[in-house]
Design a protein around this ligand. Sequence first.
Ligand SMILES: *Cc1c(COP(=O)(O)O)cnc(C)c1O
Length: 395
Amino acid sequence: MYVYADNAATTAMSQLAIDAMLPYMNKVYGNPSSLHSVGQEAKEALEAARETVAQCLGAQSREITFTSGGSEADNQAIISAARFGARKNKKHIISTAFEHHAVLHTLQKLEKEGFEVTYLDVSRGHNITAQQVKDAIRPDTCLVTVMYANNEIGSILPITEIGAVCKEAGVIFHTDAVQAVGHLHINVKEQNIDMLSLSGHKFHGPKGVGALYCRRGLPLVNVIEGGAQERGKRAGTENIAAICSMAAALKDACDHIDENMPRVAAMRDRLIQGLSQIPHSALNGDAHNRLPGNVSFCFEGIEGEALLLLLDMKGVCASSGSACTSGSLDPSHVLLAIGRVHDVAHGSLRLSLSEYNTEEEVDHILKVVPEVVQYLRNMSPVWRDLQTGKREYIL
Ligand SMILES: *Cc1c(COP(=O)(O)O)cnc(C)c1O
């Protein structure tokens, strides 16, 4: 059996999304900036896709800018709000300690330019409260950027409440909603979201395409200079095939949230229930406000990387949520931010489900994960020390 349980990293494209791409490769292949009919046909498809994306978010189509993905949308949103704030001498930004690197690294760049960033503590309940945001807002705050839902541990943040706080204070509110779009109901107007990032490949669309919603009236700054595409806000010939495919995948996901997500959440809960039986383990992330597909655990006395390799051999594709894959031995900044100590953070496992997963696959995961954890513990000197009392259990 082969189980793909790494949907937070990327998803399989749906047949619907693949079919939506094809016409724009060899039939409607024009450049939307061309004045002739082949180009204008592509332009029409582009604008129809923009309208679809806007409708799925409760936005207007002119508020949608297509990008190369979630990372670019995050960069553009944050840099735009920072430049806008700096013009009024507002150089303070509020974020959280467990954002995606697309947000954190952009903020670090701004810190080097003289901006000050408050990273809200996420250790209580593995989440933040709107009150924390409210308490952190200052007269010189130009931006609040907090993710809609965390990609590693699944916590869903109180976005509607934070939107209300930001609106009252007159501070721009951006959310990296890459993990939430297509999985949770979102309405940018009702939730007072000023800017929102999304990415096609997290909801069965293609990779390398995303979008930034930016409320009308807020000025966007280009991060890619060149031609006048996307109302002059993002240069480069539009990736029509990917954009139309993403729009189709998004509409499909949003139309079926109410039937798909309860089923995914039920599989998630069965996994959480089963894996909690493993001694000296702990669930990561908010136990109640949680992405329907996210299961994240720490197991004491093992290395997450070894766990992943053995699980792969047993047909389970998962993730550790650690940065080791990028050549660093530091554990995940997210797990450290919620208060896991280094030793525990190293023994992490993230299983992320989609509506393509089945109950049989959940059974398979529930069979192999406890076996593999026990196998690794039997070989682990750390585990021996814990068992003999030379070392104290943390979990
Ligand atoms: C995947 C992801 C991103 C990056 O999106 P790309 O399209 O891969 O650039 C950003 N933020 C979060 C929360 C993500 O999960």
